[in-house]
Design a protein around this ligand. Structure first.
Ligand SMILES: C[S@@+](CC[C@H](N)C(=O)[O-])C[C@H]1O[C@@H](n2cnc3c(N)ncnc32)[C@H](O)[C@@H]1O
Length: 237
């Protein structure tokens, strides 16, 4: 059986009790259809070493394999798409690092076994690059990145939105502030009470823009990257 507690101190300091596999699977079953959608985005705000994210990624990769295993190119691109949809935050840097490592190992094992000789290090590097950006060491309550003592820094937690706008191998990255993204549905009762913890700066008009297609107010990306082949995305910095 997997260990649910690392030390009493960590439980006292950070409430660190990991969820058992049986419960993880049962909870993922509650959103079973979403877990099977390759591009459906999941954020775990206190991800630990990724118990939920690992289960979700496993389920997504099962779909990618069953649909695309006959073509290395299609498998590779869709396995990358699955990875881009997994997001996490944890206060402790060792947990965030373990989470990235665990998700990479899981992803790479499948990638290597399906693509065999066609599997290559350029794609593995791209997978690590995605995980570096998607699994953040931060405080999910204040929405700020933290230092090595788990104290808030001046840096907002940001997450990339990854899309394949032309349905080919070119990927687009746009980074958004998490606190601004979560303001997008201010009427959502799920966020009641939590809003008080967010910085009011999230509502500053400078963080929003009019979507030219829908004419609606939407979060403004804080950074946009050039469209690039997914194998070369780490060259964007
Ligand atoms: C109860 S464990 C759960 C881990 C994982 N979600 C699971 O179910 O196995 C709680 C995790 O939340 C992290 N944590 C505690 N406070 C946090 C905060 N304000 N922001 C982000 N992570 C936090 C801890 O470091 C720990 O890894």
């Amino acid at each position: 059986m997997e260990k649910q507690v690392k030390s009493k101190q960590r439980v006292t300091d950070h409430g660190e009790v990991f969820t058992a596999e049986r419960e993880v699977k049962a909870m993922c079953d509650l959103v079973a259809d979403e877990c099977l959608r390759i591009d459906s985005r999941f954020l775990e705000p206190a991800c630990g070493d990724g118990n939920f994210l690992a289960e979700i990624l496993t389920r997504k990769l099962t779909v990618v394999k069953s649909k695309y295993r006959k073509s290395s190119y299609d498998y590779e691109r869709n396995a990358i798409l699955a990875l881009t949809s997994i997001y996490g935050v944890d206060l402790l840097s060792d947990n965030a690092a373990n989470c990235r490592g665990r998700l990479f190992e899981l992803w790479n094992k499948e990638y290597t076994s399906v693509c065999k000789k066609e599997a290559n290090d350029e794609v593995r590097k791209a997978a690590k690059y995605i995980l570096e950006a998607n699994i953040v060491c931060g405080n999910a309550l204040s929405m700020m990145c933290v230092d090595e003592h788990q104290q808030d820094t001046e840096q907002f937690i940001t997450f990339p939105e990854w899309t394949f706008p032309f349905n080919d191998a070119r990927i687009k990255r746009r980074d958004f502030r998490l606190d601004v993204l979560l303001k997008e549905n201010p009427d959502d009762e799920n966020y009641d009470g939590q809003f008080k913890l967010f910085s009011d700066d999230a509502m500053n008009i400078d963080n929003w823009m009019i979507d030219p297609q829908t004419n609606e107010l939407v979060p403004k990306p804080i950074r946009e990257y050039p469209l690039v082949h997914y194998r070369r995305m780490s060259e964007n910095g």
